[in-house]
Write a protein of this length. Sequence first.
Length: 340
Amino acid sequence: MKQRVEDLDWKNLGFKYRDLPYRYEAKYKDGEWQEGKLTEDSTMTFSEGAEVLHYGQEIFEGLKAYRRKDGKINLFRPDQNAHRFTLSAKRLAMPPFPEDRFVDAVKQVVKANEEFVPPYDSGATLYLRPLMVGTSKVLGVEAASEYTFRIFAVPVGAYIKGLNPADYIVSEYDRAAYAGTGQAKTSGNYASSLLPSVEAHKNGFADCLYLDPREHKYIDEFGGANFYGITQEGQFVTPKSQSILVSITKRSLLEVAKWQGLNPVERQITLEEAFNMKEAGAMGTAAVISPVGSITYKGEKHVIYSETETGPVTTKLYNELVDIQYGNKKGPKGWVQTVE
């Protein structure tokens, strides 16, 4: 059943799928992308032999549309999502979807579902999920020859409500291999994190923190977000690794941290160093920033700043980025695009 806007409680949306009126779809066949279009059909149909069901050619993205105070709608750096989608496609041997068409399709979906973009003061946003799957029938291990690109939208509340510190546990599992698909946004990376995440939740943790897959010595990332820390000297540091996703929120916060005099740097961060950070957080599109309250490793809990209060540096970083996303503050050229 299609979602009706009058049935929505903007303050209590949660983070779940809803069937909105429109989505965008384009097909790749005969060596080229066909012309795409908006459709009301929320189902995808393909053969039991479809490549995606057997060998996992699938990539996706996540970005948001924000209702401004003046009622207009902002997108935050959609060109960067388009570029990351291209990088993911290349890693999975898939034909990249043209980046200009990607951004245009995002805008079409937002405009078509405009009434579902939550009000400015609701704390909610319209989440957009672009995806691509291999659909041609295969039996042997090979890349598909046909693909479907789609974007759907869902109004969502905050993935994690407010700047509330969360507790994490260091996982004994690896999220991705060193030279594997960790830098691509593909479903397999997330599938491998499901079991560790389930176990973490059962034990009262928000999620897992993964170490590098080579030495299990350096911080990699959380199950669905990048890690950052504020050192005792006041520097913003975040991991540099071959096996973590290139985060658009991370790239943006590196810039924001520079403006705030935090001398940001990407480098290897040992687990022991992370325990001694002045502040730390998880950063990504869904949550923006989720403060780290504690990290538990081999049964020992290490509190970072506080388990109940958010540190001043984290609060300042969060407010600066969110103000830009909602249009309350002007950001660098190109960071915000208005949906006309």
